[in-house]
Design a binder for this molecule. Structure first.
Ligand code: FES
Length: 66
């Protein structure tokens, strides 16, 4: 069953010892969950007033806000 989940973050959160360089995905787009793979860069030009949906190929479309 598909599920829509809203994410508002545009970047990862570093966890553990900084020398381990572990970053947890907070944008929801990483294919390497729970770890960041850099896909959050696709969200950097999003407008805060708009709603977006990304498909499995990380293609973005804008959704109407009701
Ligand atoms: S925070 Fe999601 S891919 Fe980097």
């Amino acid at each position: 069953m598909p599920r829509l989940v809203q994410h508002n973050s545009h970047g990862p959160k570093q966890v553990g010892n900084p020398k381990d360089n572990l970053w947890i995905c907070q944008c929801g787009l990483a294919k390497t969950q729970p770890f960041c793979d850099g896909s959050h860069k696709l969200t950097l030009d999003e407008s805060e007033e708009k709603l977006y949906q990304y498909d499995a190929n990380l293609q973005r479309k804008e959704l109407p806000i009701e």
